[in-house]
Design a binder for this molecule. Structure first.
Ligand code: 0RA
Length: 645
């Protein structure tokens, strides 16, 4: 076998380049984008393979390590990628897996695979997008190693030692000529995904280690949850007051579709149903979510009717969404051949899954309600209150509409609108305070920049009912200015009517400012979520310092850059003056334009959601009732100046 080794490898080398060159030429086609999101997607591609090993029952421990040199290692104790010669290709199987597109999957026919599905561009894709890639395989008593550079073989497969373990260790360095924005791995983004995987797969333990962090107490997190999705729901509701002592847990299998779901009601007003198919977060929902919703509505309605829990003289009608107010649920299904649809390919299309989920959930929920009449009654009461509040909100909404019609053009008086009407090229600044609003109005480019000053604090939507939220003046002004309407129904919120494709939150760089920013983000996330999901929300970044030296004026956005500027000035022995901007109001219109509003020079942070469950948890922590978890969170994350939702 080893005879023709060198010539064989020459041949395969050329093929590698042919195959992976496509990935290098158009990386976004394979991993979505080449920004922060795409970068972290690489990790998922590798970890998914380890998860597949776990689903097949061969792996229970995964270690993800962010290395000091910026590379990343994923280690598992699975069977190890096969190293014997691939029959058809005539090269080691591992080489096929690492260099051929879509060959990442197993050769044996596994059901419920993660890899090869939605994410399924495979490890080879990661190899192609790495400046260096190394696979170390422990299998058949030997340690096998193969190395690549830009997807091309650096060292052919060789045995480097003996071992009594099995498993795969992959280390890769993302190629900085491809990931030009950033190649820096973020602990929190990886942690959100690893935690999620650990909740969904109670048999596995995931260790996440950040070798860049010196402090041993901060550089490691271990994720392992024996309680699975039940623990997941409790984790999500950690900072909420719940209506039951433990979540309802339902599991069953129908038509080759294993279904499990954990449900808990809490005293909030939002719906948090997180759904997964083969460990993939189906953000756009799909047939499994429809099945779940139908089962929930049907079982609760039937129970309420047969126990006469809804007064017959009540005039309000209860709708599906009322059954989901204040619910936190995690729905986890496995589908042998999932069909993913929708804009982001995260909507399950398989029609057979709807009835499977509906039947399993309906039967067991019905039983649960019968066995827990006290909890059942509490839930029904909450549903009735939700229906009443929805009715009140409808009236409030009409009022907002009517008011805006009466006030002329339908736009709030405080809004200084832009002159062009094309949403795609228009932006609106939501500005904290009237004085900063004034500067922004004078400094802006009025052709495409609109300004809406917001006075003081807006309502904390995490703790208020929808009808109260809609009565709030600042929120009313925002809704009318944006033009979309508000809420969860298709007629309530219409993205097509959005009047600006950039909504820019501009607040002071202090505690109050960040509080207002969080309040606004919470509002958008809970009541206008598509704006967040589709990247319409931005955060303006005003400078923190002004440094004057003679006639020159410089700005600094953080302490490091301030110190750098000061060092240069000291070197040149010039006199200078440093002052800290306390608020936006301290800047004159020209300065505000120059530093924060001019598209040529400003930096906008686009708000994105890396993990829906992570965002949910973040907002409930930051905006929920308890002070202590909020304080702890802010302390823990104080180092990271920006909020990654
Ligand atoms: C192909 C076939 C088999 C396992 C794997 C690939 C595999 C890939 C990765 C990537 C990271 N960790 C991995 N673990 C396994 C099946 C192996 C067999 O049949 O023995």
């Amino acid at each position: 076998m080893a005879k023709n080794k060198s010539s064989d490898y020459k041949a395969s080398n050329i093929q590698v380049l042919e195959g992976l060159e496509a990935v290098r030429k158009r990386p976004a086609m394979y991993i979505g984008d080449v920004g922060q999101r795409g970068l972290h997607h690489l990790i998922n591609e590798v970890v998914d393979n380890s998860i597949d090993e776990a689903l097949a029952g061969h792996c229970d421990h995964i270690i993800v390590k962010i290395n000091k040199d910026g590379s990343l290692t994923v280690e598992d104790n699975g069977r190890g990628i096969p190293v014997d010669t691939h029959e058809k290709m005539g090269i080691p199987a591992v080489e096929v897996v690492l260099t051929k597109l879509h060959a990442g999957g197993k050769f044996d026919k596994d059901t419920y695979k993660v890899s090869g599905g939605l994410h399924g561009v495979g490890v080879s894709c990661v190899n192609g997008l790495s400046s260096h890639f190394k696979a170390e395989i422990h299998r058949d008593g030997k340690i096998h190693v193969m190395e690549f550079v830009h997807g091309g073989t650096l060292n052919p497969l060789e045995v480097v030692g003996d071992t009594d373990k099995t498993g795969t260790i992959i280390t890769f360095t993302p190629d900085e000529t491809i990931f030009t924005q950033t190649t820096e791995f973020k602990f929190n983004i990886i942690a959100d995904r690893m935690r999620e995987l650990a909740f969904l797969n109670p048999a596995i333990t995931v260790e996440l280690i950040d070798e860049r962090e010196e402090d041993e107490e901060l550089n490691k997190e271990i994720f392992h949850y024996e309680g699975g999705v039940k623990d997941f729901v409790q984790y999500l509701d950690e900072n909420r007051e719940t209506m039951m002592s433990t979540p309802i847990y339902i599991s069953g299998e129908l038509e080759d579709v294993p279904v499990e779901v954990a449900i808990q009601y809490n005293n909030s007003y939002s719906e948090n149903v997180h759904s997964y198919v083969n460990n993939i977060n189906t953000r756009e929902g799909g047939t499994h979510v429809s099945g779940f919703r139908r089962a929930l509505t049907r079982s609760l309605k039937t129970y309420a009717d047969s126990n006469r829990l809804i007064k017959s003289n009540s005039s309000i009608s209860i709708s599906g969404e009322d059954f989901r107010e204040g619910i936190t649920a995690v729905l986890n299904v496995k589908v042998p051949e999932p069909q993913f649809e929708g804009q982001t390919k995260t909507k399950l299309g398989n029609s057979e899954v709807q009835s499977a989920v509906e039947i399993v959930v309906y039967d067991q929920l019905k039983e649960y309600l019968e066995q827990h009449p006290k909890v059942a009654k509490k839930i029904i009461n909450k549903v009735v209150l939700a229906a009443e509040a929805r009715e009140a909100a409808r009236k409030a909404r009409q009022l907002v509409k009517r008011k805006s019609i009466m006030s002329g053009g339908g736009l709030p008086g405080k809004l200084a609108d832009c002159s062009i009407k094309d949403p795609e090229h228009s932006e609106v600044y939501l500005v904290e305070g009237d004085s900063a609003g004034g500067s922004a109005k004078m400094g802006r480019n009025r052709s495409f920049q609109a300004i809406l000053p917001l006075r003081g604090k807006i309502l904390n939507v995490e703790k208020a009912k929808i009808n109260r939220i809609l009565e709030n003046k600042e929120i009313q002004a925002m809704i009318t200015a944006l033009g979309t309407g508000v809420g969860h129904g298709e007629e309530d919120f219409e993205l097509e009517k959005l009047r600006y494709h950039k909504i820019i939150i501009m607040t002071d760089a202090d505690v109050d400012g960040s509080h207002i920013r969080t309040l606004l983000l919470t509002f958008f996330y809970r009541y206008m979520r598509p704006l967040v999901e589709q990247g319409f929300i931005y955060i303006a970044t005003p400078p923190l310092y002004r440094i004057t030296a003679g006639k020159t004026l410089e700005y600094a956005w953080d302490d490091d850059s301030r110190d750098k500027i000061l060092k240069e000035l000291k070197k040149s022995r010039r006199k200078f003056d440093v002052s800290r901007y306390k608020g936006l109001g301290e800047m004159n219109p020209e300065q505000l334009w120059e530093t924060t509003m001019d598209p040529e020079t400003r930096t906008l942070q686009q708000v994105t959601i890396e993990s829906a469950a992570g965002a949910d948890k973040l907002f409930s922590t930051l905006m929920g009732g308890d002070v202590e978890p909020r304080r702890a969170f802010i302390e823990r994350n104080a180092k990271y100046a920006t909020l990654d939702i």
